[in-house]
Design a protein around this ligand. Sequence first.
Ligand SMILES: [Fe+2]
Ligand SMILES: [Fe+2]
Length: 235
Amino acid sequence: MKTKSQKTKKAVQKKPVTKKSAKKSPSKKTAKLAAKSSKSSKAKGKGKTKSLSKQVREGFETIAAGVSALFASPATDLVSAIKKDHEGLRRFIKVMKDTERPMAERRQAASLFSSLLKSHTIAEEKAVYKPMESKSDHELTVRIEEGYVEHTAADRVMADMEKATEADVWTAHANVLAELVEHHLDEEEEEMFPLMKKQIPKNLEPDLIINYLDLRASTQTKITDENAGVLNSFQ
Ligand SMILES: [Fe+2]
Ligand SMILES: [Fe+2]
């Protein structure tokens, strides 16, 4: 019987192609077009008029499938593995902030966002921040400390958002959470990762990626046996 680590290693080495990701490979452009509902009132082909809510709902499914497809290709280095999560988080944030969409859909996006953010931050702290703390780069250490603080702040706002029942209160929390996380992702990518890259010995990078993906797999709540940690469950 294979261990979890062996399974993850296999996922890193081989290109996993699921039926779902093979079937659906929507581009950003497709998602944008699907979301732009007001000017295209007639359904293509059959000439029937689609309701606004129907078109918006399809737009979200396209976005969710797009996030799933992100994880179908193997990560070649640690930063690109982390950036896949970041890209997924940014796509869900767009839906959460979109007041044109029904609340149910924005909450559904928030649920997927929360699941992804929780497993991302756990994996990032244990498999990335922790080993990098021991490096003697003062600027990197400060960036890592900032990262911990921002993770904790996002956790707090996310917990309050999940408790909010009133739409305006939920929206206020979602907006603050979105700003906080967008700022955090930008700062990691622009300031922390360039410093971190200089500190990662090439021979250790495969182990770091495997540790990161293992932790993602063990903490991700919306997974299947096939994808082992890859977000692709959208109910
Ligand atoms: Fe982070
Ligand atoms: Fe991150």
